[in-house]
Design a protein around this ligand. Structure first.
Ligand SMILES: Nc1ncnc2c1ncn2[C@@H]1O[C@H](COP(=O)(O)OP(=O)(O)O)[C@@H](O)[C@H]1O
Ligand SMILES: [Mg+2]
Length: 322
């Protein structure tokens, strides 16, 4: 916190009041300066994140007119001491790459129980539709198999994986990985997707606006495209209960069909959920081994939930296909 305050002081010349905000990975602050409020993200300083790609994506978002009503105004994104959102600016920022300052949005988090309600299902679908049709073009390609599953799986095999997953389960995971890879449509050019469509990354604004936040994992999806985003809330609910029931999710998809003005390909959506579950499972395995002992039960449960959900969903898909 002390270090963070030092960082914040470099951003504001006037006196300010900072309050810690929530979030999964970064250190976020709500900063009040006079009557104005800002949301500042101090980045999780990790070599895994490609801040250059994220910075270029934020620049693309900030320049896109169509998306303006569902994202905050972006004021600052630091890369190599420069605010890349103001290329002509001369100020040098002695702050880590990925430090970001955006408009503070008045609103509340999206409660999981709202996902069952038709009007919120439609609001979510509308926000995703606006983003998917905005024409915003991200800078990095994103293939969940290449960039996540395979990477994590290979890394996991350097650890005693059998402690967490038995042989049969490992074989099932690999079969499903091959099947999902085969079933998901590929696109060379890629489609701009968010890739972390969890309910905590939406914000319900005052006038019914549903904002989309946190483009940390965004990229040009080459496997699954928009279906990857559409399936993501279901995927996340396996890891972080309450689990969304199949019936509720199907109702959400009917709303999404209406918003996208076409019947969305269920097969692609469910195979995307499978791929996204595999991402989470292998990520969880790695986290299990790298976490301090007291946090291991959490990741063990996380992985078991993912596996259970994955196998149940895969069995259902198979039943439908036969
Ligand atoms: N511009 C904003 N205005 C108000 N609240 C925000 C804003 N951006 C994010 N939040 C809140 O802070 C939480 C964490 O922000 P997020 O960007 O998702 O960080 P993380 O990458 O750490 O998850 C969000 O879930 C949301 O509730
Ligand atoms: Mg987030």
């Amino acid at each position: 916190m002390k270090k963070d305050l030092q960082y914040l002081k470099k951003l504001f010349s006037r006196p300010f009041h900072a309050k810690r905000a929530g979030g999964q990975t970064n250190r976020n602050y709500i900063v009040a300066v006079g009557r104005k409020k800002f949301f500042v993200r101090l980045p999780w300083e990790s070599h895994v994140m490609d801040r250059r790609a994220e910075g270029r994506n934020i620049l693309a978002l900030s320049r896109n007119k169509k998306i303006r009503c569902i994202v905050p105004k972006y004021y600052l994104y630091v890369l190599s001491r420069k605010n890349i959102l103001n290329p002509k600016g001369k100020t040098s920022y002695d702050l880590p790459d990925g430090t970001m300052m955006v408009e503070y949005l008045w609103g509340k988090e999206f409660p999981a129980s709202f996902f069952q309600q038709k009007r919120y299902q439609r609001a979510l679908a509308k926000t995703l539709y606006l983003f998917h049709t905005s024409g915003v073009r991200f800078s990095n390609s994103y293939n969940p198999f290449r960039d996540e599953i395979k990477k994590y799986r290979m890394e996991a095999f350097r650890r005693p994986v059998q402690k967490l997953l038995d042989k049969k389960t490992i074989a099932q995971l690999q079969t499903l990985e091959t099947q999902a890879h085969r079933c998901l449509l590929s696109s060379k050019r890629g489609v701009s997707t968010h890739n972390d469509v969890i309910l905590q990354n939406f914000l319900l604004g005052k006038k019914g606006t549903t904002y989309l936040l946190d483009f940390e994992y965004a990229g040009l999806n080459t496997k699954g495209g928009i279906f990857y985003d559409l399936g993501y809330p279901l995927r996340d609910s396996f890891f972080n209960p309450p689990q969304i029931s199949k019936k509720t999710f199907e109702r959400f998809l009917i709303e999404a069909d209406a918003v996208y003005k076409k019947k969305l390909d269920r097969n692609q959506i469910y195979w995307s959920v499978i791929a996204a579950l595999l991402v989470g499972i292998w990520w969880g395995v790695l986290r299990f081994f790298d976490a301090p002992k007291r946090e291991q039960p959490y990741f063990s449960r996380y992985v078991q939930r993912g596996v259970k959900g994955l196998l149940a969903l895969a069995a259902e898909l198979k039943k439908k296909e036969s």
